[in-house]
Design a protein around this ligand. Structure first.
Ligand SMILES: O=C(CO)COP(=O)(O)O
Length: 134
């Protein structure tokens, strides 16, 4: 059964910091039933890796995170063009664009967008996606 069988296409942002990128690729692979027909927005490097592993996914890669990609995803949240944000963050490394990361997660809260910063919480969101959209 496809995600759009409910008549709606799920719109999700998938973002991962470097130390979490491999986990993100694996996690998407584990949840292909949810993502096969979803409209996916990603920061540049994350999106490139997802497309390399799964060329048939509908991924729109934006700018790389440190070059404004987080802010582009934040803009999509403000415009209410996303249904969820899955952002595998790296809590153990300093980042040059930490303020952008904070702004992005803050906007997800401002707009009460379902969001997850780790795989276990992301699993709960895809569980909900299956219930709502499959
Ligand atoms: O830095 C990021 C999010 O803050 C991710 O960006 P990339 O996917 O371009 O590495």
């Amino acid at each position: 059964m496809s995600i759009s069988s409910s008549g709606r296409t799920y719109r999700v942002a998938l973002v991962a910091h470097d130390a979490q990128k491999q986990r993100m690729v694996e996690w998407v692979g584990e949840n292909r039933d949810v993502f096969d027909d979803a409209k996916i927005f990603s920061t540049g490097t994350t999106g490139g890796l997802l497309l390399k592993s799964y060329p048939d996914l509908k991924v729109t890669p934006l700018k790389s995170g440190p070059l404004g990609g987080d802010q582009q995803i934040g803009a999509l949240i403000c415009e209410e063009k996303l249904d969820a944000l899955i952002f595998f963050t790296d809590p153990l490394s300093p980042l040059p664009h930490d303020v952008d990361v904070k702004a992005l997660t803050r906007l997800a809260t401002v707009y009460d967008l379902p969001s997850a910063c780790s795989p276990s919480t992301a699993n709960l969101i895809v569980h909900g996606m299956r219930d709502t959209f499959l």
